[in-house]
Design a protein around this ligand. Structure first.
Ligand SMILES: Nc1ncnc2c1ncn2[C@@H]1O[C@H](COP(=O)(O)OP(=O)(O)OP(=O)(O)O)[C@@H](O)[C@H]1O
Ligand SMILES: [Mg+2]
Length: 265
């Protein structure tokens, strides 16, 4: 469903600050794949997501989604079918608007274009049912401003907003990293449930190696703008964190290095 061909992105080209963030990266993803991505700091993980989401046009290479070349399509039009979530719970929602208004905006933007005032009783019922699924009691607080929610509640709501109209592709960039362990577990559990219910295609960057090998069906490891490990099927089955670190070491002749790496929990 997603085909990335020879993608390269260089920041500040031709200056002393030149940085090759992604270098000649090629990757093919199948429909329904749930891919975890780990890598050292500055490996180019977020840059890869930015390229897929259309934050910039790559220096070279091509991005195809369901057979369409989207390389030059602007980010706002890709956002209709590519859902995104970031680490910061403050990033995905509008704090002064209510839960209902935030959900309505996400719902209308992603394929149900109508003015906000035209939200129907049926739409509201859908929002309420979806909120109930989070099991956080938010269905009874639809008219409170989102700014009053906890980080975990806000990230769960952002997840709902990103998926209330199931996107073709969901990009999660360390979306549980800023939460306390209990909230992170809860949001992860919701993520897995939503992804599996809708057979969604999903890519998730994480610095939690346990999460990386236990979640989804394929794990990529990145270093210096390239994919250095791509594990799926038999190779990924029964994989331990030690195996992953050893394979990284053998493949790159370096130790895996990420200042936020989590070996467990
Ligand atoms: N807008 C930008 N301008 C200049 N350099 C950038 C920009 N975005 C990223 N970079 C650089 O490109 C490299 C890759 O960054 P990226 O954010 O993709 O890494 P990452 O793998 O997501 O790292 P982390 O695990 O720390 O989040 C880094 O060296 C970073 O400093
Ligand atoms: Mg990043």
């Amino acid at each position: 469903m997603l085909e990335i061909q020879h993608l390269t992105k260089v920041f500040n080209a031709g200056t002393v600050n030149e940085k090759k963030a992604v270098t000649d990266l090629s990757l093919t993803i199948d429909d329904g794949d749930y891919i975890t991505i780990v890598g050292s700091n500055g490996a180019g993980k977020s840059t890869l997501f930015n390229a897929i989401a259309g934050v910039f046009i790559p220096d070279s290479g091509r991005i195809m989604l369901d057979g369409t070349n989207i390389t030059f399509e602007p980010d706002y039009s890709r956002s209709v079918y590519i859902g995104r979530m970031f680490q910061d719970p403050l990033k995905g929602t509008a704090p002064h608007m209510t839960i209902k208004e935030n959900l309505a905006l996400a719902y209308l933007r992603a394929g149900n274009p109508r003015p906000l005032s035209r939200i129907s009783r049926k739409d509201e019922q859908l929002f309420q049912d979806q909120l109930k699924m989070l099991e956080m009691g938010l269905e009874d607080r639809m008219n409170v401003p989102v700014g009053t929610l906890s980080g975990g509640q806000r990230q769960a709501l952002t997840l709902l907003m990103a998926t209330i109209v199931p996107p073709k592709l969901l990009l999660l960039d360390e979306h549980t990293a800023a939460l306390d362990p209990a909230a992170a577990n809860k949001v992860m559990e919701l993520t897995n449930r939503i992804v599996s219910e809708h057979h969604m295609t999903c890519m998730m960057i994480t610095h939690n190696l346990k999460q990386a090998i236990q979640t989804g069906n394929r794990t990529l490891m990145m270093k210096d703008g390239q994919i250095v490990l791509d594990l799926k099927g038999e190779q990924r089955k029964n994989l331990t964190i030690e195996d992953l670190l050893r394979m990284f070491r053998e493949g790159t002749h370096e130790e895996f290095d990420n200042d936020r790496i989590l070996l467990s929990e």
